[in-house]
Design a protein around this ligand. Structure first.
Ligand code: SAH
Length: 349
């Protein structure tokens, strides 16, 4: 069986052609899936019954099952999806005024090993397929009121998206295409730990997504401790590729900085950051640490956060503190993990 939602299988057009069906049927079927939110082929009532049955025999529409659906009183909803091979991933819908942003995963687990993040605690199992990435978008779209559409996508869930670019990019093409979700590239953000060769690929491809680079430290010595993959990469190489991406795409860069009490929230580090980022067309997105069960880190005090922010603002850096959303259901940044019965007891503590 082929996965209908997987653009890399590109099977629908050729399958229709082989059966002697007219080519507009492909558009019609996609309309049903992406715009009319059909959950099964049977619902596609303006297709001949024989075609619906044949589709059923040849294509899977959904490869994932919703293993759990959590809702927070701030409007955030989280889905734990079980994949066909039993793997588990999480994805999130965030509501903020008129925005309906989804946060999607790119891998089962993560290999980057950032010491403060839940997603990489057990390493990585595998890359998600393009179809599994698209499926998260649709599963989350189904949670939104029928007359409303998704407005933004952030690839900030589990995994390192730039380690799975070959499958991510086709999925994002579906997101931006009119026959898909019709979300403009300007409203899509890819967040990366900073893998220079993959950033270069984005530059060369000429895509126009927002790029967010997870910085977390103003120098390599500290960054090596917080983001272990940095040892083989280094800030300079990352910043230089990010600058090239900015030149080519014209998209303002975002740098993310998880603020960890007593570790990277000192005034000295704020001043170092000012030096590092001054002169760049960039936004510094500071994310006060979201607690992860089993990890020893702490969220900085309000006073420490304020001091950190003031130094950056005085230094002329465009800084924003990310509002915490979804933490009551462990759906905030860095809290997504592949929940299994064992982790349920862990996170309930
Ligand atoms: N691998 C990608 C995307 C996933 S994480 C990346 O590294 O950018 C999305 C953001 O959440 C990253 O900036 C990540 O560092 C941050 N994050 C991870 N754990 C966190 C935590 N416990 N609290 C707050 N932010 C966290």
């Amino acid at each position: 069986m082929k996965h209908l939602l997987d653009p890399t299988q590109n099977a629908l057009e050729s399958w229709l052609a082989e059966r002697g069906e007219r080519s507009f049927r492909a558009r019609q079927i996609r309309q049903w899936v992406f715009h009319r939110r059909a959950a099964s082929f049977a619902e596609m009532t303006d297709l001949p019954k024989s075609l619906r049955e044949a589709l059923e025999q040849s294509f899977t529409l959904w490869t994932t099952k919703i293993a759990r659906h959590s809702q927070s009183d701030d409007g955030t909803e989280k889905l734990l999806l079980e994949l066909a091979d039993g793997g588990r991933i999480e994805c999130v819908l965030l509501r903020d005024g008129v925005r309906r942003t989804i946060c999607i995963s790119s891998q089962v687990g993560c290999a980057m090993g950032c010491v403060f993040c839940a997603s990489g605690l057990d390493g990585v199992d595998r890359n998600l397929t393009s179809g599994e990435i698209v499926e998260q978008m649709l599963r989350l779209q189904q949670l939104v009121e029928a007359d409303l559409r998704l407005s933004h996508i952030v690839v900030m869930g589990m995994g390192e998206p730039l380690a799975n670019l070959d499958r991510l990019l086709p999925a994002l093409e579906v997101a931006t295409s009119d026959e898909g979700l019709g979300i403009s590239a300007r409203r899509i953000t890819i967040s990366t730990v900073g893998l220079p060769p993959a950033i270069r690929r984005l530059t060369e491809k000429g895509v126009h997504y927002h790029l967010a680079v997870s910085l977390h430290a103003p120098d390599d010595e500290l960054r090596n401790r917080l983001v272990p993959v940095n040892k083989n990469i280094g800030l300079e190489a990352i910043l230089s590729e990010a600058d090239q991406y900015f030149e080519a795409s014209g998209r303002r860069l975002t740098f993310e900085y998880v603020l960890l009490a007593g570790i990277n929230d000192h005034e000295k580090q704020a001043r170092q950051l000012v030096k590092l980022l001054r002169g760049r067309t960039a936004l510094l997105n500071v994310i006060p640490y979201n607690p992860v069960a089993g990890l020893p880190y702490e969220t900085p005090s309000a006073a420490a956060s304020r001091r950190f922010r003031e130094i950056l603002e005085h230094g002329g850096i465009n800084v924003q503190f990310r509002e915490r959303k979804g933490d009551k259901i462990n759906a905030a940044c860095g809290q997504l993990r592949r929940i299994t019965p064992q982790t349920v007891t862990l996170t309930a503590q």
